[in-house]
Write a protein that binds this ligand. Sequence first.
Ligand code: BDR
Ligand code: CA
Length: 306
Amino acid sequence: MRKIILDCDPGHDDAFALLLAGKDQEIDLLGITVVSGNQTLEKTGINTLNLCQYLDIKTPVCLGASRPLIKEEEVCEVIHGDSGLDGFEFPNLKIGFDPRNACDFIIQTLLESKDKITFVTTGPLTNLALAMRIQPKIIDKIKEVIVMGGSIANGNVTPAAEFNIYTDPEAAHIVFKSGAPIKMFGLDVTRKLMVLPEIIERMKKINNSSSKLFVDLMKVFNENQFKVFALPGGPLHDPITIAYLIDPKIATLKKVHCTIDLSHGSSYGRTNIDVFDYQHLPKNIEVAVDVNVDRFWDLIEDAIRK
Ligand code: BDR
Ligand code: CA
């Protein structure tokens, strides 16, 4: 079984990364660490607990950073709403947080494990960057970091930058320079994973509690995506990280040189990727350049059925 830690900021699309990770037989979800991003930490934390309780996912949930390392906090209310997960009414919460903060949990779990652990991020990289700075010995214990974030081409918050990297570029810089193996799934592939009306209809037919969650959340997600991007369906960014762990053939990856733009100019937070290797610089990450869209929706459907 593959041991993973999921670091997230739910978030409509984070919810289904969590579903995939929690339901797959081959994934041992050691814990979930939460970061501020799509909404404040207070809200992303409660959303994570609500999702775990509703989906019956039993694993420690630890709160992490409530602010990016240097930038001021900028949440994504236009897409995810005031709660960060608008569109679904969860039952009363009966579970609580693990008392450890995210960094303590990450450091303790990695150092105590005899096997290397996969670290999945679907939010800003603040928690992992902090943990790496507090205890650099954890870097050798990371099998790989699977990141949803960045873009070879355009951004989604600025013309240059994608939300998770833009929200905490300095944290992304620390993680991308750490020497840990990084696999980046950016907007180049996630924009192909659109929740079109027929996808909502397909999942609705499953008619169980998870499909209700999907349908209700995706209706609001799509309305908001339409207002901002005029797209017929929102891109379901985050679950590709876990889908890749379940089936690595789902994506094509390329080794590239990547730096994070820390200039504080108009490209602040951009992932500068030398995809054609013009510069012949050391290749520090693998980036996803293609994805099997049909396989992705099959995996989402399987998880909803479980
Ligand atoms: C990323 O930003 C967030 O709004 C989503 O949850 C996803 O992680 C996409 O840019
Ligand atoms: Ca997210």
